[in-house]
Write a protein that binds this ligand. Structure first.
Ligand code: K1U
Ligand code: ZN
Length: 166
């Protein structure tokens, strides 16, 4: 397993769009393993392949307390969305910034797992938020795109202040 480099805002490679995975083979298995190792290393709850400069539709996630329930979503598609929910988000590609974002409260999805099996689910709460956040990454979008420029400026100034005081 290898730790991968995470791209940070404003790196334009974060704006690339992922391509569908055609064949799930050993190479894809290695990417999934490396993405999981990277996500755990940086204490994330999710990671999209675009964040590690891999232009493939691959997402990993683990929302368990014990960090022992890794999940993988290949070619994730959101089929239905319902409701609205505002919650705080962070991003490993935008370190130190946490802002409220509006997302659908409930989603129905389909994807492939790391074995190439079709998976489907209906989820809400943090799972729904995280999958929408990661799918945005695969479409070149960041959570900060939903936040006002003024709020972002304030958050960045606060970060700079904290960095000076430490
Ligand atoms: O995609 C990423 O950059 C990972 C990101 C996922 C995410 C967190 C929160 C809401 C939506 C998506 C993270 O794991 S950020 C770090 C983190 O663990 C976290 C931050 C804020 C709230 C909950 C968790
Ligand atoms: Zn992110």
């Amino acid at each position: 397993m290898a730790l991968l480099d995470i791209l940070h805002f404003p790196d334009q490679r974060l704006r690339q769009k992922a391509q569908s995975v055609e064949h799930i083979d050993e190479k894809i298995g290695q990417i999934v393993a490396d993405m999981l190792a990277t996500m755990y290393h940086f204490s994330g709850i999710g990671l999209a392949a675009i964040q590690v400069n891999i232009k493939k539709s691959i997402i990993v996630m683990d929302l368990s307390q014990e960090k022992n329930q890794p999940e993988c979503f290949i070619n994730l598609k959101i089929l239905e969305k319902k409701g609205k929910h505002k919650a705080e988000e962070g991003c490993l590609s935008v370190p130190g910034i946490y802002e409220q974002v509006n997302r659908a409260e409930w989603i129905k999805y389909e994807a492939l797992n790391e074995k190439g099996e079709k998976i489907q689910g209906e989820v809400d709460g943090l799972t729904a938020i995280c999958l929408q956040h990661e799918l945005d990454h695969l479409n070149g979008k960041l959570f900060t795109d939903y936040v006002s420029a003024l709020k972002l400026q304030r958050a960045r100034r606060q970060l700079q202040k904290e960095a000076k005081n430490n």
